[in-house]
Design a protein around this ligand. Sequence first.
Ligand SMILES: [Zn+2]
Length: 206
Amino acid sequence: MSSTLSVRWTIAPAIAPRPFINCKRCGGAKPYRCSEKFRVNANGKRIDVWLIYRCVGCDNSWNFTILERRNRHDIEPAQLTALESNDPALARRFAFDAAALRNRAGRIEESSDVTVRKELLDGEPGRADALALELRLEGTAPLRLDRLLAGELGLSRSRLQALDDRRRVTMDGAKALRKPVRDGLAVRIDLAGEADCRAILSAACR
Ligand SMILES: [Zn+2]
C-alpha cells in the first residue's frame, strides 16, 4: 500500500538583494546594503520617500526612490506613519522587490540563501513512500530546484539526478530540476524501495 506525504515549503530569500552603485568615494562599482531606514522629505504637500542603502566599503549612502513628488493626500496615513517610523516589515517589502531595485540601480546582486518554512499537509513520514511537495516562493531568489531539494532533503545532487533518471521525480509542466525554483511548483518524488526513504521524508517536513 503506497501512501504520500504532502508538505508545503514556503521559501523566502534570507538576504535582501544588493544594488551595485558607482561609489564616488571607493572609486568603482560597489555593492550597497539596505539600511532598512527610510528618508521622508515633505515639501509642502509633496512627499518624497527613499530607502537608504550604504556602501559596504565606505558607508556612503544611496537613495532608492520609493515615492517621488507624491501628493500627501494620496498616501494612506497608516502607510506614511509606517514610512516615518522605519517599519521593518515595510522596509523588507521594498528591499526584497528585486525587479523594482534592478529598475533603479541597473545591476543587482541576489543571494541564493533562503529560509524554508515546512508545513505538513497530509500523511505520516513513517508510513509514506512518496513525497508531494508544494513550493511557495516569497520574493525572488536565484535558487536552482535541484540545489534546494538536495539541501533540504539531505541528498547529494547526483543521488537526486539518479532518482530523476529512474523517473522517480515528476513535476507539473516542463522538467525543471536545473532551473530556478518558481512559485506554485508541485514536485513529486517516489521513494518506494529506497533504503533511506524514512530519513528523506522526515527531512522534508522538519
Ligand atoms: Zn564606497
